[in-house]
Every structure is written in C-alpha cells, then in structure tokens.
Design a protein around this ligand. Sequence first.
Ligand code: 3H9
Length: 707
Amino acid sequence: MTDLVQLTSDKGIAVITINNPPVNALSPGVPEGISEALDQIAQDESVKAAVLIGGGRTFVAGADIKEFGKITSGKSRGPGLLPLLLKIEDSTKPVIVAVHGTAFGGGMELAMAGHYRVAVLTAQFGQPEVKLGLIPGAAGTQRLPRLAGVAKAVEMCVSGNPVSAEEAQKLGIVDRIIEGDLLSGTIAFAREVAGKPAPKTRERNGKLGNAAENALIFSAAREAVARKQRGLLAPVNAINAVEAATNLSFEEGCKAEQKFFMECLFSEQSKSLIHVFFSEREVAKIPDIPRQTKILPIHSAAIVGAGTMGGGIAMVLANAGIPVLLKEADQAALDRGLATIQSNYANSVKRGRFSQQLAEERLKRITPTLAYDDFSGVDLVIEAVFEGMSLKKEVFQELDRVCKPGAILASNTSTLSIDEIASATSRPESVIGTHFFSPANVMRLLEIVRGKASSKEVVATCMQLSKTLGKVGVLVGNCRGFVGNRMFGPYRREAQFLIEEGASVESVDQALSDFGMAMGPLATGDLAGLDVGWRIRKEYRHLEVPGIRQPFLEDRLCELGRYGQKTGAGWYKYDDQRRAAADPAVGELIRKWVEEAGILQRQISASEITDRCLYALVNEGAHILEEGYALRASDIDIIYINGYGFPAHRGGPMWYADTIGLKQVYDRISEFQRQHGEIWQPAPVLKQLAEQGKMFAEFGREQGATA
Ligand code: 3H9
C-alpha cells in the first residue's frame, strides 16, 4: 500500500485512512492505495465492514487539480476514479465514509460510492468543479441525483456551492450526523450495519423523477445559466450530464458524463479558471516575507472619514468582528455616514442576507467619534478621506500624534504616493496603503500598497487581515494608481478614443461586455462617478507630456455636470431606479466636439474595440511587471478579476494575452503604435518575451520582483 493510505482495524471493522496533506486530494497513489486496501479487506474474513476516513483537517477536497495539466498535455491518463468507485460500491462488506472538513469534487464522488455516509456537523459537501470550468468527472452527475434528487443535483453541479452536513442529511446524502469523535462514532455505526445488505447508490433510482418534471427543471436551469453564467461551457455541460442520468442507464450516463467532462477539461475556460485557482493562492506568497513573520494583533481599528468608502470599510471590519471607531470632521457628516451604514444593514436584513440580530451586533461594533484622541488604543487606522495630498498629510500628522507605537497607519488612497503620505509621520515603517474597492463591503479585492519603508510585519499583518476580512489581498508597489487604476487609465483612454474616432458609446460597452467584462468601461465610469477621474486629472495635469494625445470627451461631460449615475446623466442617462438608457443628446454633443477637434470618423469593428481596450491593459500590465510594481503576472490577473469585473474564465488580462500568444499581441500593439503613435509603444518586456516565444506567466518567476 502507498504511504498516502493506511489500513488498520478495530475489532472486525477495517479503517482506511487517507493521508495526503493538506487537503487529501486524490493525487496519484491515493486511488491505488484505497484499491489495495479494499483487496485486503475482501480477503480478510475477520473484517465485517470498512470505514473510509481522511486524516488531518479534512476528508478529500477532490481530484488533484495539478494533475489536470498533465492530462491535457498527454502526460497522464487521469486519476481513473470510476473503476475504484465501482469497486467500493461492489464491495460485499459495507463501506462507510466518514466526512469532516470538505467532501468536494472527487471527494464527494468518492463518498457517494460508499454504502453509507456519516459526517460531523461542520462538514461540507459539494461539487465545485464548475468553478474550475469543469463538471464532476467520476459519476458525480450520476450518483448525486440518485441521492439528492434531480433538482438539487442540477443546482449543486451548476452553482458549485456546497451544502452543510445538516442539509446533506435532509437531502439524503448523509445517513447520520456524528456528535463527538468522528472515527469512534463511525466505527459504532459500522457495527450496526455490518452483515446487512449494502445499498449501492447507482441502483437507487427512486429520486430520478419523471420526464415531465425533469424537463421543467432542465429548461429552467438552462435559462438561468444563459442569463447568469453567459458564455460558460461547464454549467451547460453539468446540466447535460445530470440530464443523462435521468434518461440513460447508469453506465451509459457515466459515458456521457465523461464526454462532457473531457470537453470541459480541454477548454480554454477550464485552463483559465484553474490558473485563477492557483493564482489566488500564490498571491499570498511574498518572496522576501517568510511565513513565520510576526503578525501584529488587530483587536480594534479606527476609520477616518465616514463617506462611501470609509463607511463601507467600517462595515467590513465590523462584519469580521473587529470593533471600529468611525471619525468625521463634523456631526452632520458623521450622522450621514452612520445613516448610510444603518440603511445598508437594514437592506441586507430585508434581502435575507443575515438576521436582524446579526445586523445589530455588527452595527454595535461601530462607534462614531469626532475626536482623534479616541484613537490612542487602536491597533489599526484606515484613512479614507477625500483624495488630496495635503489633506491626507494633515490626517497622518494627527495619527502620528495620537496613535500608540506599533499601530498600523493605513491609507485607502487610490492614486496618491504612500511614501509621501508616510513622510508626514515620524514612523513611515508603520504606514501602508490598503486600497479597498467600491462598494468596500462587496468587492473582494484589496490592493495592499507597500511603501519604501513599510515594515515586513506591517505588510504580513495586512495580508493576513485581508483573509480575516474575506478579501483577496494583493501586494503592489507604490506607483501612481498602483496596479489596478494605473492599468485602468489606458483601458478607459482607449474606450474614449474609440468614441472620438466614430464608435458609439453603446457599441464600445457592448463589445467588452460580450467579451465577458461585468460592465463596459463607460458604464463603469458612470457608476464610479466621472468627476472622480476628472478631479484627479486636474491634480496631475502638470505631469502630462505636451503633444501626447489625451482623451477629452469625459472632461467635457463633467464640465456640463454629467458626472454619471449620481447626477442622472453621464455617458448614458438614468431614470430614478438608476437604469441606463442611451442618450441621443450625448451622441449629438460628441459629434459636435469631435468635429470641432477635427477627428476623422470611421466604422469601428467589435474586434478593434476589444483589442484596443484589452491590449492597452496588457501593455500597461507589462510595464508594471517589468518595473516590479507587481510580483507576478498572475497577481495582476487576480486584481483585474476581483476588482474590475474581468471575466475569470479568461484568466485575467495577462493570462488572456498568454493564451492569445505574446507574439500576436506584440504585433497588434506595434500596429496600433504605427496608427496612433507613441502611447502604444510596446512594453520592452512584452517585446522580449514575444521574441523568446515565452509567456508572462514565466516572467515573475525568473525575475523575483520587488513589489
Ligand atoms: C475534481 O475533483 C474533479 C472530479 O470530478 C474528478 C474527475 C476525475 N488539488 O485553498 P487552500 C491546495 S476537481 C490540488 O489555501 P483552505 C491549494 O492549492 C477538484 N491542490 O485551503 C493550497 O496549496 P498551497 C474539485 C489543492 O483551507 C492548499 O491545498 N475540488 C486542492 O482555505 C490549501 O488550500 C475543488 O475544487 C486540490 N483539489 O480551503 C476544491 N485543493 O498551500 C478546491 C486545495 O501550496 N479546493 N489544494 O497554496 C478548495 O476549495 C479549498 O482548497 C478547500 C480548503 C475548501 C478544500
């Protein structure tokens, strides 16, 4: 037997333990080990039943995701789980699967092949493959409807969301919840069922429903996928595979599932989503900050500024159980800020997101104040005042005066230099950027901006804090706009240039939303408020290089008071419910302005729109990578997916460029340079990688970036 699986026994009950830390993935060796254990159990007459359990913190989190690349590149034939699962099910001695932690993906499929499943109350069951662009590939789509019914199987395989042990029991997935020690409870259960006929899941056809009811389930699911998971292959294939369970034999259903699984596995979507899975975990690894770096305790916090961002951040902290002081300059602003927070919580309760009691507990953690002196005991302050350097410096001088030594002083600035802000204090090592995205209590991204002097402890603590807050923290360097907004500039610049050259507002947004962006760039501008960028551009105007083309339409709209959604008009016009409609008046204004500017109008294709906007992102991302403001290309991908609505199934902008091929991207950017001038100069690293036939994904690893 392999080291990954152990076989022991307890007075006639065999115990098979999987030990493949950290999550007992079904890596090579694990299925083989279980299979050998079953052979020994079959031959041992003293054994009456077997328990299958996971060692360590969890049962089995699924197939080993790292192995999938080997299958698609022809280096491996895959985990071959199906024969093992049949072998378990065909065992004449009952196999009881004991679940703690997660039974996910192949782990759930393994559990369903057992004759019984028992679980601790905290266990979770799920088929999350769809989140990796896959479907269950070891009969999950065939056994789950037999245990939980067709509707629930469709829901679980299409959403990828897990169910609790309690729900799993109600659904018929779990036979008993074990209180107390899982192994001894399962052994006791095994003694109860030993010697009785062992029920095979694949023969339990009672929940497979009838054709008329099932047709309704499948058509509703397909309609929902077309709306909510537009353009994605895996959810469609998941429905098809569960449908096969209802109209084919188990064996034929498994063959159909294999076909749909393989189609997903070889798709670009799955490769991209797997890239996202690993990138999201890699983001936490910072080469010069070892794992054992001291994490400073954050028991309490304070926020300066109770506007949209400050209030949102206060909620994020309160939701994570951290008491927070919320400071404003005057009572009226403080009252306004608190009222917004109260109404946000009330809305969440109304929508059933959490209970009234939980909302009250969270609200109680937020204490309003007008005085900096109250900050003397807090472990962390996040400044979220208006975006202006002199104001920020004033705030940080105050923080330096009142805060205890060692307190983290963070700024939520989205563009300003952390080093310059830190220079207003006597302790720049405690200063860092924590750039939340709006709405702060919803968006997952947190850019953590490392200043020149930020200490390793402060960086490590903020990275850890991002996890506590349920965010993905990405470490970035201190350049103008940091990573996300620095790239967003050229992206939105191109969107405007395209309009100046003849594309309509709607066609630009449509092309990018068809690509998969959550929103088009112009609608995004309207949502964020066009005046924000306008104000920043005015602050930085002195830095603009004369002779370099600048977009001008948005500034003109702002001059007319068209700030976007908040003023009822921007690139679009909005009704009372903030529903957007094309505005012919904007079309007229644009025509007039571009004619006055003497810009030639022409037809612009959807592919030119996507290439120009997306390659502007990519080229700026390449500069950032080269300059070391991001640690790896995949960090940039994570920023764009979690903060800017970039479609995860395209893997992020840098991965997307890698999938197109950097040579092709470089050639297209060079073409844009010839047409539109120096703003399109290809980043040197892009040129270099394109010439070497390499990918962005290889770059960070070679360079050891310094963000
Ligand atoms: C599948 O099963 C297909 C089947 O139908 C069979 C087809 C034939 N493989 O997330 P964490 C690593 S598809 C390899 O930080 P947590 C992870 O990269 C699979 N590695 O911990 C990380 O490594 P590192 C379906 C895996 O406690 C470390 O484990 N299953 C796998 O926050 C710790 O992970 C899924 O999609 C894996 N399957 O969360 C479940 N899982 O330390 C995917 C984890 O080097 N996994 N790793 O960075 C999860 O959702 C979470 O990891 C889990 C634990 C909730 C389990």
